[in-house]
Write a protein that binds this ligand. Sequence first.
Ligand code: XMP
Length: 318
Amino acid sequence: IWTMHNFAQATIDELKQRLDGKKVICALSGGVDSSVVALMLHKAIGKNLTSIFVDNGVLRAGEVSEVAGIFRETFGLNLVVVDAAKTFLGRLAGVTDPEEKRRIIGHTFIEVFEEEAAKIGQVDYLAQGTLYPDVIESVSFKGPSATIKSHHNVGGLPEKMRMELVEPLRELFKDEVREVGRELGMPESIVSRQPFPGPGLAIRIMGEVTPEKLASLREADAVVQEEMRNSGYYHKVWQSFAVLVPVKTVGVMGDERTYEDVVALRIVDSLDAMTADWTRVPHEILARISSRIINEVQGVNRVVLDISSKPPATIEWE
Ligand code: XMP
């Protein structure tokens, strides 16, 4: 029988043959797909692979050091981390439209990535974590999320870069990719990660992205991640995250009046992100998340729970 163990070994052997002596680059996002691609290629061609991780300034707390730590130290990848936060945040300043934010982040990503790739010199191949559903969706079927929100993680790069594509996961579904990851010895913290959108925290701050709002959302998000993990719920849901709603509401702290922003909790069950239902999370977990966010996060005095399903709402708020 064809197992993911066989798949991993056969694919690594195939890549070894096909890419012998060639230079390959890949964009590592820290998500499961690109992580598995990078690790397979590393096992196939070692230092001839350069992985590029772009810090776009809208990543979650601790993400850069976690990803760099795992891939550089544990796996010995040839990894370039580009700190492009200033460029991204500069271009996002004053921008409030969600699709405009996506466009800016998408274009800037390509620009930064190309710049880094040019520094490496002659590169023959670009490796991507395209999955089977991505192939189907871009060939024959436009799902609602593809037309309602422009995703930037598929496409864009290859046309511009005139490199041959390597897409070793083209025939796999997400759960199979996770299995391959486990086969390769990838830590569970990467393998069973919830999906995180390419435009990152930028589309979880309604309206303009400012450094202050970003700091608040990052802290609130870290609380959600931590409490979901501690309660064992992180792996039971499709996604769980915080959204910063920059609407001021009145609160009270000690004997002082406060007038601060709202954080919404978005926790959903889904099989494929096409439809989703809000998760009935036990109240004690919600209570802990809420009181921690209000106590620990500057500028937030109220937490609300999003109880909308998709459709008609979407998973993300922008
Ligand atoms: P929605 O909000 O459309 O999200 O219900 C469906 C799934 O897609 C993710 N998502 C994105 N992923 N770039 C991405 O790479 C994007 O612009 C983007 N927008 C939404 C979302 O997190 C959910 O898993």
